[in-house]
Design a protein around this ligand. Structure first.
Ligand SMILES: *Cc1c(COP(=O)(O)O)cnc(C)c1O
Length: 400
């Protein structure tokens, strides 16, 4: 009979294999706040090109002050789920402010967007229904769908013909309700979903449409509402999930925003909402301030857009192989995991903090450096980073 020692030794063996394959993810320890420049234990003043801190709100003075004031007024935590005694006035206020921002009827907060997706599908769909999901959807969507009994169909990434085909398959299987679900923005490639076409296809087929807006809320579209604004379908998406952990301050927290009856049912039945703690007051206060800032003017998202196109053009001119697009996620393709690791390491030595992504986060052979600019970066910082990319890229023969 295998012993518990065998169990631990099997884990050590598998970890050894991950390391030997060059696939071990090592966490770098930062000793500063998140920002356009950060310090780690080994390096100080690195230009930071990897955070989801799109608008620079994680350490924005007004956001930090709002968190501090809310901490003073409403305490550190509630020690409760929402329906027992975890709902404060500010939770209700943030839910209604998010609904206004996103153009929906109502919003429900979760501890994370992972939980929002995890508690969505099972609550709304039964065995008679079908969910049709883009094959590259985020892990939390995949897991959420796994938990529900609906028939599961996947369409090829960003392939409208296949989406139509899968909807016909769902009809042929006698599906009652159909929900098409896609990332608004796919985080590994920066690809933006063609929501205008997807909405039209859903309408032809009588399907609901849901999107995960984690990499869009706050900056995509001309007033930063998200992919639905950018693609001209604002107010016409049935369900939006998103995060407070990226552009909207970067701490944690997620939400689902939809028609009132959808949100009402989630409050009754969604397991991560019913069985997990309420969002901390300071995060809620900071989220409200983030929305104040974004509704007051579009300066931050405009700067992000400028920085994105400037840096993308700069990397392209140096000869790097970029996945095309316009999102602040700029994938620099190097294909091999090992090259991604070495390029990231060399850039770090040159004062630029980027992360290599490789299997299993992206498919084998598609390793990359995922660059991300923020609204905070100055032109001088971006130019310094481009010089480092030129040097490291030439040394490692990634560019000529
Ligand atoms: C980051 C991310 C999530 C998870 O968000 P959290 O709030 O950190 O749990 C979910 N979906 C997508 C597409 C994401 O990029």
């Amino acid at each position: 009979m295998p012993t518990t020692d065998d169990f631990y030794s099997a884990l050590r063996h598998e970890l050894g294999q991950i390391e030997a394959a060059g696939l071990l993810k090592v966490e770098r320890v930062m000793t500063s706040a998140q920002g356009s420049q950060v310090s780690t234990r080994e390096n100080s003043e690195l230009i930071n090109l990897c955070a989801n801190n799109y608008l620079g709100l994680s350490a924005h003075p007004q956001v930090v002050a709002a968190a501090r004031e809310t901490l003073d007024r409403r305490g550190f935590g509630l020690g409760s789920v929402r329906f027992i005694c975890g709902t404060q006035d500010i939770h209700k206020e943030l839910e209604s402010r998010l609904s206004r921002f996103l153009g929906t009827e109502d919003t429900i907060l979760y501890g994370s967007a992972f939980d929002a997706n995890g508690g969505l599908f099972e609550t709304l769909l039964g065995a008679e229904d079908a969910v049709i999901s883009d094959e590259l959807n985020h892990a939390s969507i995949i897991d959420g769908i796994r938990l529900c009994k609906a028939k599961r169909l996947r369409f090829r990434h960003d392939d409208m013909e296949d989406l139509r085909h899968q909807l016909r398959e769902a009809d042929a299987a006698g599906a009652r309700h159909k929900l098409v679900f896609t990332d608004g923005v796919f985080s590994m490639d920066g690809t933006i979903a063609r929501l205008d076409e997807i909405r039209a296809i859903c309408d032809e087929s009588g399907a609901l449409l849901g999107i995960d807006e984690c990499h869009a809320t706050g900056f995509l579209g001309k007033t930063g509402r998200g992919t639905h604004e950018l693609k001209g379908v604002f107010g016409r998406v049935d369900i939006i999930t998103g995060t407070l952990g990226k552009a909207l301050g970067g701490a944690s927290g997620g939400f689902t925003s939809a028609r009132a009856e959808v949100v009402a049912m989630l409050r009754q039945r969604s397991r991560p909402y019913l069985f997990s703690n309420t969002v901390a007051p300071a995060i809620v206060g900071a989220g409200l301030k983030a929305l104040d800032l974004l509704e007051a003017d579009t300066g931050l998202r405009d700067r992000l857009e400028d920085n994105s196109s400037y840096f993308r053009a700069g990397l392209g001119a140096l000869g790097f192989d970029l996945k095309p697009g316009s999102h602040p996620i700029i994938p620099v393709m190097v294909h091999e995991a090992d090259t991604a690791q070495r390029l990231a390491q060399r850039l770090l030595e040159l004062g630029v903090y980027v992360t290599g992504f490789f299997y299993p986060v992206v498919p084998r052979g598609q390793a990359r450096i995922r660059v991300r600019v923020s609204a905070l970066h100055t032109r001088a910082q971006l130019d310094t980073a481009l010089e480092a990319f030129a040097q490291a890229g030439q040394e490692l023969k990634v560019i000529a």
